[in-house]
Design a binder for this molecule. Structure first.
Ligand code: C2E
Ligand code: CA
Ligand code: CA
Length: 561
């Protein structure tokens, strides 16, 4: 066991005991024996004892109960404790001079007894400690309290102790903080899991040192996220510095931190840390700003997000989600030819107006709603492709966006195959766009699934290439049929004093790997022509057309044929 095996229980690190005993001399004796190791509460009769149990139920570790009380029999106190669900698990040690009563009290749920006259202090101390440990062990059968890798608390225990912390610090202002490691999955991928673990261990170690010194509690919530709960302070950089201590020379490791300062203690504990996290996310992967505080604008965003989540079921039922289509053109011939389209969802919200997918997609990805939405979009899209084959007398393949979360869906392949069958499509006509970052996060499983889709005949386009960290030589081994160059990538190349060198290199490398490239967000003829000059194969963007509702897309196609 680590040296701080003693669990966090009270403000001063001592467990709390209640002694129900009417005789002053006995109370004083116990005070002398126990007060160094325990925080003591006293009651001189049964009713006071029961009241104090009620008041301190979240923090009490043990009750020492005298059976001989002025107002009621100790056994009745015991029965009441055991019959009350909220504290029936509280261990009780009975103190008595009657041998008979010992046995009886055990049958009523006492855990142990201490005879009177009292045995030696060390016997009393040992019995109390053993009883507390037994009952705490019983509590932790389900979880061990610490994260195996880093030795800080795990999140289940952390949340419980944070609640306890509140009980002991009722009138203290408290901060909730979250610390993340930028690009952590990439660190793992690039430098190996052992290195990733080493980083986590160091961060955990330094944070533990920090809270041991300054107070507070710390846990690893998941992967690379650490949470801290401590008395309110203002110099947050000290904490981030402490966490980064081992890495001043190692530029691969950069931490970010979000703070929900002076928390509102009426809201859920987990929610307080969600707020810290949403603050931290505002400085994700930034170089100059590494600490962010939860503020009013984040609060408004939170409320807005809540409303969107709440409105989702109704929006689906009322078909407020509408699929738009944006054409992609083959620019290799002298005159560009329409080759396919991308389906992009829009939310026509009755009160909020048009809500951008840039806002609701990330939100739905976080909350698991994305699968329902995407399934809906895919369904609408498959039906449109089939419809256009009839009305336009030609096949226009359409790509749909597949979220990382969708790929984990066990029914994904089956669902897509069903759509293709129902609408009598060739799987090639329903193209799947999968974002680059999906490949880098959990490669093995992801790649297997995508390969399966490819084998079923679906074409795969890697979306947002250049925004993540896959390298081009990875591309040759991944299951993909085309690369969509990230809009920002194009934008950077073409902005004033921009540099198209990188773009050229990427396109020509993709060419040598025989993977076609699609440029997104192309807005001007100059950009289109420059890309064509570099060997880019397809273009999508406002230069040709904005995303259009189905009927307008149809007009666009017939007008441009
Ligand atoms: P994306 O897949 O990278 O889609 C391209 C985005 O660029 C679209 O934004 C499109 O309207 C916009 N765009 C296209 N051409 C131009 C241009 O020339 N200039 C500029 N400035 N923008 C252009 P949109 O529709 O707002 O979608 C944003 C993101 O939301 C998409 O990025 C995609 O990641 C996601 N998304 C959209 N629809 C769906 C969907 O049905 N399912 C899922 N999972 N994600 C979707
Ligand atoms: Ca896309
Ligand atoms: Ca994209």
């Amino acid at each position: 066991m680590p040296e701080n095996h003693l669990k966090f229980h009270s403000a001063n690190g001592k467990r709390q005991l209640l002694i129900i005993e009417d005789e002053m001399i006995n109370r004083e004796l116990l005070r002398v024996i126990l007060s160094e190791q325990y925080e003591l509460l006293f009651a001189e009769d049964g009713n006071t004892g029961l009241r104090k149990i009620k008041e301190n139920k979240d923090t009490l570790s043990l009750v020492l109960l005298d059976l001989n009380l002025p107002d009621m029999h100790g056994l009745d106190v015991l029965k009441q404790i055991k019959s009350e669900e909220q504290y029936s698990r509280l261990p009780v040690i009975v103190m008595t001079a009657e041998k008979e009563a010992e046995v009886e009290s055990l049958t009523y749920g006492a855990i142990d007894f201490i005879p009177k006259p009292y045995p030696q202090p060390k016997v009393i101390l040992a019995r109390i400690l053993r009883t507390i440990e037994l009952s705490e062990d019983r509590d932790i059968i389900r979880w061990t309290e610490r994260d195996q890798l880093t030795g800080v608390y795990n999140k289940e225990y952390f949340y419980r102790y944070a609640a306890q912390y509140d009980v002991y610090h009722k009138d203290t202002e408290t901060d909730a903080m979250g610390i993340d490691i930028n690009h952590f999955h990439m660190l793992n991928e690039r430098y190996g899991r052992a290195y990733g673990d080493e980083v986590l261990i160091k961060v955990g170690e330094h944070l533990r040192e920090m809270v041991n010194k300054n107070g507070g509690i710390v846990c690893r919530k998941e992967a690379d996220t650490f949470l801290i709960y401590c008395a309110h302070r203002t110099d947050y950089s000290v904490i981030l510095k402490a966490a980064s201590k081992g890495f001043t020379e190692d530029h691969r490791v950069r931490l970010r931190m979000g703070v929900y300062s002076n928390v509102d203690k009426t809201i859920d504990i987990e929610r307080r840390f969600d707020r810290a996290k949403s603050a931290a996310d505002t400085v994700k992967n930034q170089f100059t700003k590494t600490i962010a505080i939860y503020d009013n604008s984040l609060h408004e965003a939170e409320l807005y997000a809540e409303q969107l989540l709440e409105d989702f079921p109704k929006a689906v039922a009322e078909k407020q989600f509408v699929v738009y289509f944006q054409p992609k053109f083959d620019i290799r011939p002298d005159a560009p030819i329409l080759s396919s389209a991308e389906a992009l969802v829009r939310w026509k919200h009755p009160q909020l107006g048009m809500v951008s997918p840039g806002v609701f997609i990330p939100l739905f990805e976080k909350n698991g709603l994305i699968r329902r939405l995407d399934n809906y979009v895919w369904k609408e899209t498959a039906a449109k492709i089939a419809e256009w084959k009839q009305t336009l007398k030609r096949s226009i393949p359409v790509s749909v966006n597949v979220s990382r979360i969708d790929i984990y869906d066990d029914d994904l392949v089956e669902f897509l195959e069903g759509l293709v069958k129902e609408n009598q499509l060739d799987p090639k006509e329903l193209i799947l766009e999968i974002t680059e970052s999906a490949y880098t996060e959990d490669s093995a499983q992801m790649i297997r699934k995508v390969e399966e889709l490819q084998q079923k005949g679906f074409r795969i386009e890697m979306d947002d290439f250049g925004s993540g960290y896959s390298s081009l030589n990875m591309i040759s081994t991944l299951p993909i049929d085309a690369i969509k160059l990230d809009m920002q990538f194009i934008r950077n190349a073409f902005r004033e004093k921009g540099n198209t060198r990188l773009l050229e290199v990427v396109i020509s490398l993709a060419e040598s790997l025989e993977v076609p490239t699609i440029a997104e967000g192309v807005e001007t003829a100059e950009q289109m022509l420059a890309l064509k000059g570099m060997g880019c194969d397809f273009v999508q963007g406002y230069y040709f057309s904005k995303p259009l509702p189905g009927n307008e897309f149809e007009e666009f196609v017939t007008g441009k044929k």
